[in-house]
Ligand binder design. Structure first.
Ligand SMILES: [Fe+2]
Length: 480
């Protein structure tokens, strides 16, 4: 375990990187645990920790810098007895520790995927820095910070880094940042994509944390698959046209390209199936970055998410003048269906008028029917990637949409559902979200909304005693 003096960031953005501007600029200090001021009243039943992961580059980047490139930092707010305590910690990847020893960045960003640092500089930290900057989960007693191109990184409840976790040697490759945990069986399901065959590998971990099943799956091309879904019986993958451009990288083109000529297919495999068991269903070219959920209904599988008809993640060639930024900011919600008897699949919009992302549900319903869908949405003119301004809830059983707007200077992150331990309905609980308000010099906070009444706005707001940069994914970890 690494426990050191608080680390210090050194980024000045002298190169004016697009993805380090505004509230994407990293914070330079680790602080806490420190008690926070609370506006309103925290629900007494809300006992546990809200933890959010995100990029927070420590050293001035070398070459192009994409928001996916930053060193992982965890921001945690522990709620107990109406009080809130905050701390933030960098994730000590081996690559970051090598850079700390050198006092500068030596790992290039993802747009230079095949450009590796000098082994003499980084030693056994390896050719790729495992940024661990995307998500944070807890399974079988381990908290794992996730990054889809590397192993999970174990951290403690106090957000100190333990180190990479390879499931006792059984995982040699990477692990998606979006594994699925079945709340009924305790199992965890995940995949990794690979630049070279096999392009997709699927894994099952039992409730005790042992990796017990592995299947290599064929895809026509290497793709950047970010998320998938499970039902009570299946895992479902989307083979979308977000394709690694390995030939192009050699000639200076962007690392990732949209290749609709590759088509889009939904792949269904029984949870413990083999490569021979997978069935593929063609759908119109499209991409889903984050799914809400999936379940079986009769002979059909239902799934939903924000549907991109086309994607540009803003990966620019290493020599581009403009180092990019995500150009496709969000997408309208849609549901897909797969008819297992007829061998067909299709989709239809849920809402044509709203653009959003970061789809989340009550995770207690993973794999079974869900009607309450939570999304972060863009309603302001000129929004850029990640600059969500609204929290939206759909109730598909009631066919309603409700929302809360964070104000003209407000920005929100991902909605995390914290169930009410005394509740029984799907939306009995609270939405917790990280917020940043640009007004009056800026104030970051954690807002708590009653999931049954989003439009009422926050019932409590925890003021964070330093700026909290925009990040990626978060989770709620109830106290044991
Ligand atoms: Fe994600």
């Amino acid at each position: 375990m690494t426990t050191t003096e608080p680390l210090l960031g050194h980024v000045t953005n002298a190169a004016d990187h697009h993805d380090l501007r505004g509230n994407m600029f990293p914070v330079s200090h680790e602080i806490g645990p420190v008690e926070c001021e609370v506006i309103g009243e925290l629900p007494a039943a809300l006992r546990g920790s809200f933890v959010r992961n995100g990029p927070n580059q420590m050293f001035e980047p070398i070459g192009a810098h994409h928001i996916f490139d930053g060193d992982g930092m965890l921001h945690g707010v522990e709620l107990a007895a109406g009080k809130a305590t905050y701390r933030n910690r960098w994730i000590h990847s081996r690559g970051l520790d090598a850079e700390i020893a050198l006092g500068r960045a030596v790992y290039p960003g993802l747009s230079e995927l095949m450009n590796f640092p000098d082994e003499a500089l980084v030693g056994d930290a390896g050719p790729i820095k495992n940024r661990a900057n995307t998500h944070i989960i807890r399974h079988a007693g381990k908290m794992l910070a996730l990054w889809e191109q590397g192993l999970p990184t174990e951290v403690t409840a106090d957000l100190e880094t333990v180190g990479e976790w390879d499931f006792a040697g059984r995982l040699q490759g990477a692990m998606t940042a979006h594994p699925k945990l079945d709340p009924r069986t305790g199992e965890m399901f995940f995949f990794s994509y690979n630049l070279f065959p096999p392009f997709l590998t699927y894994y099952v971990v039992d409730a005790g944390g042992a990796l017990v099943h592995r299947v290599d799956l064929d895809l026509p091309a290497p793709i950047m698959m970010h998320d998938f879904v499970i039902t009570e019986d299946h895992a479902v993958f989307m083979d979308s046209p977000v394709t690694f451009n390995m030939e192009g990288v050699a000639t200076g083109e962007s690392m990732v390209k949209w290749a609709p000529e590759n088509g889009t297919r939904l792949g269904v495999i029984p949870r413990l199936g083999t490569a021979e068991d997978i069935r593929w269903f063609e759908v119109e070219p499209s991409h889903i970055q984050h799914f809400w959920n999936a379940w079986v209904e009769g002979n059909r599988i239902e799934l939903s998410g924000c549907r991109f008809p086309e994607v540009d993640f803003g990966f620019k060639p290493p020599n581009a003048d403009d180092d990019g930024g995500i150009e496709t900011i969000g997408a309208p919600p849609a549901r897909y269906w797969i008819d297992l008897d007829a061998g067909t699949a299709g989709w239809e919009p849920i809402d044509r008028d709203t653009i959003g992302e970061m789809c989340r549900v009550n995770d207690d319903r993973t794999g079974v029917r869900t009607d309450c869908l939570y999304m972060s949405a863009f309603t302001r003119e000129g929004a850029i990637g990640g600059d969500f301004d609204s929290i939206v809830k759909y109730d598909t059983a009631k066919d309603t949409r409700s929302s809360w707007y964070a104000g003209d200077t407000g920005h929100v992150g991902e909605n995390v559902f914290a169930p009410d331990p005394d509740g029984s309905a799907e939306d009995d609980g609270w939405i917790i979200n990280s917020m940043h308000d640009d007004a009056d010099g800026g104030q970051s906070s954690i807002v708590v909304l009653d999931a049954r009444d989003i439009e009422a706005g926050p019932v409590a707001q925890v003021l964070i005693p330093q700026r909290m940069p925009f990040g990626f994914h978060a989770n709620w970890f109830p106290a044991g």
